[in-house]
Every structure is written in structure tokens, then in C-alpha cells.
Design a protein around this ligand. Structure first.
Ligand code: ADP
Length: 365
């Protein structure tokens, strides 16, 4: 779990509302019907947004209702989703804590739309990454800090650098003293402004496209890491050192970081029957998602051992999910009865994540 950042003092464990504030937030978002869904009359979910609940439906059977932190209907705006799901995490990152925003769901249900949409021509379409960076840049411009990013993809348990594709197989290093995770080989680019950030995302996307075409896959996902950093040495004296070298060759000391993760399609967890390359790929995607599921189960059961070392994804999340880090999960689903099984399993994953409490609680004084 994440270690407390400098300047933060432990807060006595407490219960009730306070404990609730430390729980991983889980929201569900329903994608609007598309042409394929229209062939299926019934929806497999029934939303009760005012109660923050939803029920699963199959033929004439209706499940009990499941409670989430928020249930977004197909009409929810990108802005509202950002404000509810990501903004609290961004604010805590700006206060010196690590944080994670993750999207989980079947392929085609809107993970990339929610997380990665650039919205260059229509700002209302902007996804979480762009909105988060906008808030981080506004806050940072008034401080002596800079913002830097890395942009990565995990494929077959190998970390690829989407901003420097010539760098292969980026290693994860963890500092046993602080529990911090870092990637000394990855490119770290200081972001000048929002336009620059959007350009970097586009470069990353096109590198991802090239890499995926070479590997003959479309299934891998991007895992972006946004970092807030400072180059001022005195200011950083007490901060757990996590030095990397940015594009301009200067050392960057990371104060806190925000991980934004667009996960692989959750349907792959259940799929067997693939062959050859596809089987290999399915196994590795399963490894990431099942080990994430195991960590979530262990955290939700307050287990003393969280098996974060089992996959690259969970190793990356080690200092940013649980502990003092604040995390949100957005579960995306489609309405079609055809995918009832996938939708039900996605909802159950979200229900388990609702029980994850960040066990060590700290606050910045
Ligand atoms: P995923 O990343 O889960 O595979 P995508 O984000 O690519 O899914 O979404 C699949 C399609 O549905 C895309 O064409 C996307 O633009 C559209 N879509 C997803 N969510 C929404 C939404 N909330 N409103 C409008 N279109 C959406």
C-alpha cells in the first residue's frame, strides 16, 4: 500500500462517514443504445439513479438491487462523470497523495470514451484524462511545480512506452523503504499546457496503433500515468525520493502521481477456446485482470497480504491503490440482454470493489 507523503500525519483510525471517505469509490455508467442493441428489445439492467442502485434483469427475472456510489444513466455528461468519479481523486493528488482512476468493463461499453476522449472539436466530449490534466495544470501554475507524464501500455506482461516506442520492456522498480513504485526507463515528459498534453496523447495513440498492428492485436490498453513533480530541491527534502530524468535532462522529483487506467475488456476473463497467439494474449490479459480481482478481493476482506506482485498491472498500482491513495473505479456496461453474462460479472466485480477500504489513513495537515 502507498506510504504517506511528506507533510502528512497519521489520522487515528475511525469509523462511519470517515471510513466511508477512504473506501474506493465505484460508479457504474450505462452506454447509450447503439444499432446492435436495438435488435434486442429488453435491457439487461434497470437503473435507479436517484437511489444509486441498479438491478440485473434476465427474461422475467429481476435481481436484488445493487448499491454503488453513483449510477450514471446513458444521458450522463462527460463533465458530470468527471466531477463525481475523478475530481476527488485529482484533488487528493494535488494535496500530495497518490491516486488511481480506473475503468473496467466489457469491450465496447465506453471505457475509452469515458477515460481517453480528447474532445478537441467539442469540449463537452472531453474524457477524464483531459479534464484531470486541465485541473492539475490550473493548480500547478500557481505553485512552483511542474507536471510530467508517462504513457504506457502493458502487453503480454511487458510494459511498452507509448511516448518513446524504441524503449522496450520498461522495468518496474520498487523502493522497499517507501513502497513507492517507479519506472526509471520510461520517458517522462513535462507538460507545457493542455494543448501539449492532447498532442502527447495523440502521439501515444498513434504509437499504440502501430505497435498493435505489428503485434496483430487490438485488445491491449493504455495505462497513463500523470505525475505532479517538483524540481525545487529544498521543497522536496522530506519527500520520498522518486527521481527520474525528464525530457529536458533535469532531475524530477515526484511529489504525487495519478494513475489513469483504461483496462482490457473484462469479457476476456471468461473466454477460453482461443488458440495460439490469441490464447497467449488471453492468458496475459487474464493475468492482469484476475490479479487485479484478487487484490480487490484481498483488500475487501481486509487481508494482511495483498498479492500485488502477481502481475505488472498490480505492481504498478501498488503505491496508488489502497493505503493512503484515493481511488475510483468506473464500471462501464451496455444495455443489451445479449451480453447479460458479461454485464452481470462486471457488476459483481464492482460490488466487490465497493468493499475496498484504504486501510492506512493519513491526511495532510
Ligand atoms: P471500450 O473502450 O469499452 O471498448 P469505447 O469507449 O470504444 O468502448 O466505446 C464503444 C463505442 O461506444 C464508441 O463508438 C464510443 O464512442 C461509444 N460510446 C461509449 N460510451 C458512450 C457514451 N456515454 N455516449 C456516447 N457514445 C458512447
Amino acid at each position: 500500500p502507498a506510504k504517506r507523503p511528506a507533510g502528512a500525519t497519521p489520522r487515528a483510525p475511525s469509523s462511519g462517514d470517515d471510513a466511508d471517505a477512504c473506501r474506493v469509490r465505484v460508479a457504474v455508467r450505462l452506454r447509450p443504445r447503439n444499432n446492435e442493441d436495438l435488435h434486442f428489445e429488453a435491457d439487461c439492467v434497470e437503473l435507479q439513479p436517484e437511489l444509486r442502485r441498479l438491478k440485473l434483469r434476465k427474461n422475467n427475472w429481476i435481481s436484488e438491487s445493487y448499491k454503488f456510489d453513483e449510477v450514471f444513466t446513458e444521458n450522463a455528461s462527460q463533465k458530470r462523470v468527471y466531477q463525481v468519479v475523478a475530481k476527488p481523486v485529482v484533488e487528493s493528488v494535488l494535496n500530495g497523495f497518490n491516486g488511481t482512476v480506473m475503468a473496467y468493463g466489457q469491450t465496447g461499453t465506453g471505457k475509452t470514451y469515458t477515460i481517453g476522449r480528447l474532445g478537441k472539436s467539442d469540449q463537452s466530449e472531453r474524457g477524464i484524462m483531459v479534464r484531470a490534466m486541465e485541473d492539475i495544470l490550473v493548480d500547478t501554475s500557481s505553485a512552483a511545480d511542474t507536471v510530467a507524464i508517462s504513457y504506457l501500455q502493458i502487453y503480454l506482461e511487458s510494459i511498452q512506452d507509448l511516448l518513446a516506442p524504441e524503449k522496450k520492456n520498461i522495468a518496474i522498480v520498487d523502493d522497499p523503504r517507501t513502497g513507492q513504485v517507479f519506472l526509471p526507463g520510461a520517458a517522462v515528459i513535462t507538460v507545457r499546457d493542455l494543448d501539449h498534453f492532447q498532442q502527447l496523447l495523440q502521439i501515444g495513440e498513434s504509437n499504440r496503433h502501430v505497435a498493435n498492428t505489428t503485434m496483430n492485436t487490438e485488445s491491449s490498453r493504455s495505462h497513463a500515468i500523470l505525475m505532479r513533480s517538483s524540481k525545487g530541491k529544498e521543497e522536496c527534502e522530506n519527500i520520498a525520493r522518486n527521481e527520474v530524468v525528464s525530457g529536458d535532462g533535469l532531475p524530477v522529483i515526484i511529489k504525487s502521481k495519478l494513475l489513469i487506467v483504461d483496462l482490457a475488456g473484462s469479457e476476456r476473463i471468461d473466454k477460453s477456446g482461443s488458440e495460439g497467439h490469441m490464447l497467449e494474449e488471453a492468458k496475459f490479459i487474464n493475468l492482469s485482470l484476475t490479479s487485479l480481482g484478487k487484490c480487490i478481493n484481498a483488500l475487501s476482506e481486509n487481508s494482511p497480504h495483498i498479492p500485488t506482485r502477481d502481475s505488472k498491472l498490480t505492481r504498478l498500482l501498488h503505491d496508488s491503490f489502497g493505503g493512503s491513495a484515493r481511488a475510483s473505479l468506473i464500471i462501464t456496461i451496455g444495455p443489451s440482454a445479449r451480453y447479460y453474462a458479461e454485464t452481470a460479472s462486471t457488476i459483481m466485480f464492482g460490488q466487490r470493489a465497493m468493499k475496498v477500504v484504504n486501510m492506512v489513513k493519513y491526511k495532510v495537515e
